[in-house]
Design a protein. Structure first.
Length: 214
């Protein structure tokens, strides 16, 4: 701001500055009513927004609860199905276990019998005599052409065949490819396998069939 210095002789009396005055009858804050209305609308809008948020939250909770209940019901149903299948399987397990144990017992018994018989045949050739005689009884009335046996049983089988009354001669053929205890009778009507192993297999098959029918 610039200033000017006047000499004493040029000084003039200063004029008083008059400030404008407000009329005391005019209302102050003429926009107060509009502001209050705006605040009321804002409050109402805020309440409406909160109400809708609460409704949406409640709807979401209800929908989530329904979905969780449906999922839980489906899981429970699946567990019930599995439980029913497990109970049915347990109900069938005992008879199946019994049949399996019986089948295993048959196999074990025959395995023991097989070892005993083969040992007896190796130690005592006379153990074959009963088997040969039983085969001859089955072939009674038939003409026997040839008998194939293991070489270790040749003498025994020959004595049994020669001991038959009024029997025609039979060709005896030792065959080392046969197992000890094997005896195959060949006749005009077919062959009869009277071997120990064949007899054991027939016994095993008969017992297995009986177990399956039980």
């Amino acid at each position: 701001m610039s200033s000017r210095i006047y000499p004493r002789d040029d000084c003039q009396p200063a004029e008083p500055l008059v400030w404008p005055q407000l009329d005391s009858h005019l209302p102050l804050n003429t926009g107060a009513g509009t502001e209050a209305e705006a605040q009321g609308r804002r409050d109402q809008l805020q309440r409406e927004v909160e109400r809708r948020i609460q409704e949406a939250r409640a709807a979401g909770v209800q929908e989530g609860t329904a979905s969780a209940k449906a999922a839980a019901a489906a899981e429970i149903k699946a567990l019930q199905t599995k439980l029913a299948e497990a109970i049915a399987s347990l109900a069938e397990f005992r008879p199946r276990l019994r049949r399996q144990a019986e089948a295993d017992l048959v196999k074990l018994s025959l395995a023991i019998a097989r070892r005993i018989l083969h040992r007896e045949l190796a130690v005592d050739p006379e153990a074959m005599r009963g088997l040969i005689q039983a085969a001859l009884e089955k072939l009674q009335g038939q003409e026997i052409c040839r008998v194939r046996i293991h070489p270790s049983q040749e003498a025994l089988v020959r004595s049994v065949l020669q001991g038959r009354p009024n029997a025609s001669p039979v060709q005896l053929q030792p065959d080392s490819s046969l197992d000890r205890g094997a005896a195959i009778f060949e006749s005009a009507r077919g062959n009869l396998d009277a071997s120990v192993e064949t007899q054991l297999r027939e016994i095993e098959q008969g017992l297995t069939d009986r177990l399956e029918r039980a």
